[in-house]
Write a protein that binds this ligand. Structure first.
Ligand SMILES: Cc1cc2nc3c(=O)[nH]c(=O)nc-3n(C[C@H](O)[C@H](O)[C@H](O)COP(=O)(O)O)c2cc1C
Length: 361
């Protein structure tokens, strides 16, 4: 789909802008799709503050890590009251592990569970988790049903269209999941064999929507602009849209969706000040969770902010190796002063997807 700024006429929709998933009423039909390594608490919160975001999901968490409360999994499920509504995504190929992880989430006050059936990575698929689960409808139903019965939380599933073109199991799985009580399905419109290559198949998502009776279908894949999101909904008939990389590239996409689709207004580009403020907010929220270690964690975002904000290269380089909060502030002061020295661009290729043949991922 396109990378361009939306150029659609602003028309106020008559549709209810809210959507109810498993008893939760969400204020927007546009969600943040999980992007492991990026959509952490600080980023989610900073994005929520911009407005228009209906729901966020944590990065995928391995069920056994959650049960054993490993440091990594605790970081992944870390949340605050401002980080709502939130769904925690878990994965495992072992029923018992998923059930125990679901119990852990219910016992610790989380509000919803998503089961990952879309991850194409070999290390996850080889254990029977991720997209591998789509190859066995009855096995997948058994595992999902066990989770639904174990806890009193809404359970959704995120999947792909199927394992490959010859095994497009998403419609039949979605139908079966609806029958056992899944509250919603998110469908990334590619097969596992496609990885992240090729076009998103909107007809494939439409087939999932046609297969279910009443549960919401969340369309996902390659939505980069308001226009893309509108097209996703129009072509597939999906009830909501999950945006991953497009939201990284443009965190203001949810605000603009709210403006254009719901309020019938024109989209607005964030000002330079707003963009810098987003960078500061992202880092500040990170320090609330990770203290000084945020200086290390934030380096990963240097190139991305460099491109997005047009940060002069020497300052981008400093963002890649700063060591203290005071140094961060000093860099930001200079970013403000020197704004406009370097042209900004959309960091399309900076969110890494696995390379090479999908069998080797
Ligand atoms: C770096 C990266 C990490 C991802 N991590 C997850 C994850 O943890 N759970 C999940 O269900 N999907 C994950 N995905 C898939 C995305 O949620 C989404 O389905 C896919 O990127 C297509 O949507 P997009 O084009 O809007 O990004 C990941 C994708 C990328 C690129």
């Amino acid at each position: 789909m396109s990378n361009s700024l939306p150029n659609i006429p602003a028309t106020q929709s008559t549709e209810d802008p809210t959507i109810t998933l498993g008893g939760r009423t969400l204020q927007s039909r546009y969600f943040l799709a999980p992007l492991a390594g990026y959509t952490h608490l600080a980023f989610r919160t900073a994005m929520r503050e911009l407005g228009g975001l209906g729901l966020a999901t944590t990065d995928l968490v391995l069920a056994t890590h959650l049960i054993s409360e490993s440091k990594k999994s605790m970081d992944l499920v870390a949340t605050t009251p401002a980080d709502r509504p939130l769904t925690v995504q878990i994965y495992s190929g072992v029923n018992e592990h998923l059930v125990r992880a679901a119990h852990w989430l219910a016992d610790h006050g989380y509000e919803a569970i998503d089961i990952n059936m879309g991850c194409p990575m070999a290390k996850i698929n080889s254990q029977g988790g991720g997209a591998r689960m789509m190859c066995d409808t009855s096995g997948a139903c058994e595992i999902v049903s066990a989770v639904i019965e174990a806890v009193d939380l809404p359970v959704s599933v995120k999947m792909r269209l199927g394992w490959d073109r010859d095994n497009l199991t998403a419609p039949q799985l979605a139908k079966a999941f609806e029958e056992i009580g899944v509250t919603a399905v998110t469908v990334h419109g590619r097969t596992r064999a496609q990885g992240f290559h090729g076009d998103v198949d909107l007809e494939g998502i439409a087939a999932v929507k046609e297969a279910v009776t009443s549960i919401p279908v969340v369309g996902n894949g390659d939505v980069r602009s308001v226009e893309d999101a509108v097209r996703m909904r129009e072509v597939t008939g999906c009830d909501a849209v999950a945006i991953g990389r497009g939201a990284m590239m443009d965190p203001w996409i949810f605000r603009n969706l709210q403006r254009v689709v719901v309020e019938g207004k024109e989209p607005i580009e964030p000002t330079a000040d707003e963009k810098i403020q987003f960078l500061v907010r992202h880092f500040t929220l990170m320090t609330e969770q990770h203290d000084d270690y945020s200086c290390v964690l934030f380096r990963k975002f240097a190139g991305w902010y460099g491109a997005k904000l047009g940060i002069p290269e020497d300052l981008e380089d400093r963002l890649r190796r700063f060591e203290s909060l005071a140094e961060f502030e000093e860099i930001v002061d200079q970013i403000r002063e020197r704004h406009g020295e370097r042209e900004s661009w959309i960091p399309t290729n900076m969110i890494r997807v696995p390379n090479g043949p999908v069998e080797r991922w």
